[in-house]
Each structure stands twice: as structure tokens, then as C-alpha cells.
Design a protein around this ligand. Structure first.
Ligand SMILES: NC(=O)c1ccc[n+]([C@@H]2O[C@H](COP(=O)([O-])OP(=O)(O)OC[C@H]3O[C@@H](n4cnc5c(N)ncnc54)[C@H](O)[C@@H]3O)[C@@H](O)[C@H]2O)c1
Length: 372
């Protein structure tokens, strides 16, 4: 199969669909790789690195789209990219179609086979192709929060780890899933005084077993939240209620009880945020202050560490890309129900139930596509 990697064109997107190492694997499996010149620049991968891995470098995206059987990307295709898709061509990338009727219409019109990273499942009920980005954002949240706590950033001038003879900073992590677990790991590693709040007894138990005495766990009741938030130097918002907007767990009123210069990092901002006073920010201007509390609400945190994020993403996307290339998309999706859950659009039809429901399309089961 001929696999194409265009340069990402969405604003401030520095990641790339395949690393040179992934290209080498694809070539090892007997496939061809076509990489747009400069596609890896954002992660420090030069054209020469891709050539050494066995790729052919092409001048522009038009050639990648015209010649490749499968396009591997990171972000959803932009309008100019959608216009280059053709019937039967495979598109393998993040799509997030439910809130995006324009993109869905164009993908349906293209006749392409569109497999979305975010709806591929695993045997434990998780979303394994989303997980690495949550790991990155969770780990980054503490790094970003520690920076915001410095005086020059408007913070209260607290070093999270303290020093011998001085108390460490207090960190409250709300939500103990993938983001929260990774945030807590970083905060514990820095030597901070860490409490994780969650509503799920199973999650609290897992965290307690893992962290033992190095982090505290609390049930996320209103009273416990208020107590932890008002005492914290850094609060990380990491809740998720699948398919719903994030619950507003920290009210504007609660902020007035917080310490001056405390920091809120709202990782859940991509689902609307879990603090009442959150609004999405960008890496170019990541923070603002409300009631003397610094807010960091960057919706695309992994973008800042494009190299780490690209490698983390490739670790989980490459095995499926290889399966699709080796067996054809129908063979690979037919053999793997979890990968089949990734099929969102095929031959002008919507094959993902939630996308069809939310956008008013008829739903064609992915099984029908695989058997066609
Ligand atoms: N900003 C970014 O760049 C970025 C990057 C990756 C993920 N995210 C977002 O971070 C959020 C968390 O993702 P995740 O992968 O950790 O999800 P997850 O499902 O692994 O964890 C969410 C946790 O929230 C808990 N929760 C739900 N309601 C709660 C409440 N009222 N109080 C306390 N805990 C509660 C759940 O029990 C669960 O343990 C999501 O909204 C995700 O989209 C943002």
C-alpha cells in the first residue's frame, strides 16, 4: 500500500502523522511512504530523516493526496484537504465529527474511508488512541501550573516541592482518570502535598493502592472540593463525564475563598471546563486572572510538546496503520472490532452511531462496510 503523510496545516499544529521511525516500520512491511517536504519540521524531523527511513519526499500535499492509498494525519482534514480526498481512499486521523457538520458533509461527499483515532476502542472500555494525549496533558498540567505559581507569572511565589525546612505546595487534582493520574504522578515526583478527588470508588481505590502515602484521595463531594480548593496552591481540573459538558465544580464564589495567586489549570477546557470562570486560551496567551487566581486553560496542551506528543501518538496509531496496510482496511477492520469502532464515514455513509445521531444522518453499521 502507498501511505501518504501531508504536513499539518491547522493553525499552530506542529505534530505529524508518522515519525521517521514509523515510516521505517511501514517500509519494512513492504509498503511505500510518501511524505510532504517539511512535514516533520515541527518535531525536528528533516526530509533527510524520512528519506533515510525509506520514504519518498514529495513537494506538496496535492501530490500526497493524489498518489496515496491511505493518508495518515493528526488533526481533522481542513477544507482544502477534504477537497483532495477521493472515493475509496483511506483517511486515518483524529476527526471529532459530532460537533463538526461541515467536515462530516465533506467527508460523506468525498466517498473516502474515514477512520477516526478518537473512536477506536480497547478491551477495557477505554479509548487507547486518545489516552496518550491525556497522559501528555496531565503531565504538562503540573509543569504549567508550577510555572504559573512564580511571581513573575502572577502566582503566589510557591515552589511546589518546597525545600528542606519549608512546606511544599499543595496540589488538588479533581478527577483521577488518565489526566488526573498523570498530573498526580508529576506533582508527587516534585515533592508536593497532593490530594486527588474523584467520584468513582473504583478510581479512588486504584489511586490509593498506587500512590500509597505519597498522595491522598478524597471523595469529590461539594464540601471536600471546597476544602481542598481553598487550601490549594495549584488546582488541576481533570474531570470527564463521557459525552457531556464538564460539570462546573469550582464556582466563581469558591474563588473568593482561594489564596491570592493560587493557580487553576483546567485541562477539561476542551469539554467546556470544570471551573465556572474558565474560558479557552492558547499557548500564545495561556493565562488570565480572575479574583486574584491565575487561570491556565489551553485547549490544545499537547501541541506545545509536539515531539513527545507525536511519538506518543505513533506508539498507538502505528500498529493499526500497519494492520490496515498489510490486510487492507476491510481485512483489518473485519478482524478487529476495536479498530472497526473507528470507522466513521465510508462510501458516502456515516458508519458511527453517535455521529449519525448527533448530526441527523442515517446510520450504516461498520459491519456492513466491512462486508461490502
Ligand atoms: N486541554 C487539553 O489539551 C486536553 C488534552 C487531553 C485531554 N483533555 C481533557 O481532559 C479531561 C479528562 O480526560 P481523561 O482522559 O483523564 O478522562 P478520564 O475519563 O480518564 O478521567 C475522568 C475522571 O473524572 C472523574 N469524574 C467525573 N465526574 C467527577 C466529579 N464530579 N468529581 C471528580 N471527578 C469526577 C471520573 O470518575 C474519571 O475518573 C477530558 O475532558 C479530556 O478531553 C484535555
Amino acid at each position: 500500500m502507498r501511505i501518504g503523510v501531508p504536513k499539518e496545516i491547522k493553525n499552530h499544529e506542529y505534530r505529524v502523522g508518522l515519525t521517521p521511525e514509523s515510516v521505517a516500520e511501514i517500509v519494512l512491511h513492504g509498503h511505500e511512504a510518501l511524505v510532504e517536504s517539511g512535514a516533520g519540521a515541527g518535531i525536528g524531523a528533516e526530509d533527510a530523516d524520512y528519506e533515510r527511513a525509506g520514504a519518498a519526499i514529495v513537494a506538496d500535499a496535492a501530490e500526497v493526496f493524489a498518489r496515496a492509498d491511505m493518508i495518515v494525519k493528526v488533526k481533522e482534514p481542513q477544507a482544502a484537504e477534504r477537497a483532495m480526498l477521493r472515493p475509496g481512499q483511506i483517511l486515518y486521523t483524529y476527526l471529532h465529527l459530532a460537533p463538526d457538520p461541515d467536515q462530516t458533509r465533506d467527508l460523506v461527499a468525498s466517498g473516502a474511508v474515514c477512520i477516526a483515532y478518537e473512536t477506536v476502542t480497547d478491551a477495557h472500555g477505554g479509548l487507547p488512541l486518545l489516552k496518550p494525549m491525556s497522559q501528555v496533558a496531565g503531565r504538562m498540567s503540573v509543569q504549567a501550573g508550577a510555572h504559573c505559581l512564580e511571581k513573575a507569572q502572577g502566582g503566589r511565589g510557591v515552589l511546589l516541592g518546597g525545600v528542606p525546612g519549608v512546606m511544599p505546595g499543595r496540589v488538588a487534582v479533581i478527577g483521577g482518570g488518565v489526566v488526573g493520574f498523570n498530573a498526580a504522578q508529576m506533582a508527587v515526583g516534585l515533592g508536593a502535598d497532593v490530594t486527588i478527588l474523584d467520584r468513582s470508588p473504583a478510581v479512588l481505590e486504584r489511586l490509593a493502592v498506587h500512590f500509597e502515602a505519597s498522595a491522598k484521595t478524597r471523595f469529590s463531594s461539594r464540601a471536600n472540593l471546597e476544602e481542598r480548593v481553598t487550601q490549594a496552591d495549584l488546582v488541576v481540573g481533570a474531570v470527564l463525564v463521557p459525552g457531556a459538558a464538564a460539570p462546573k465544580l469550582v464556582s466563581r464564589e469558591m474563588l473568593s475563598g482561594m489564596k491570592k495567586g493560587a493557580v487553576l489549570v483546567d485541562v477539561a477546557i476542551d469539554q467546556g471546563g470544570c471551573f465556572e470562570t474558565s474560558r479557552a486560551t492558547t499557548h500564545a496567551d495561556p493565562t488570565y486572572v480572575v479574583e486574584d487566581v491565575v487561570h491556565y486553560c489551553v485547549a490544545n496542551m499537547p501541541g506545545a510538546v509536539a515531539r513527545t506528543s507525536t511519538y506518543a501518538l505513533n506508539n498507538v496509531t502505528l500498529p493499526h496503520a500497519l494492520a490496515i496496510a498489510d490486510r487492507g482496511w476491510q481485512g483489518a477492520l473485519g478482524a478487529d472490532a476495536h479498530l472497526r469502532a473507528g470507522l466513521n464515514v465510508w462510501d458516502g455513509k456515516v458508519t458511527h452511531a453517535a455521529v449519525a445521531r448527533d448530526l441527523g444522518y442515517d446510520h450504516t453499521p461498520a459491519e456492513t462496510a466491512v462486508a461490502a
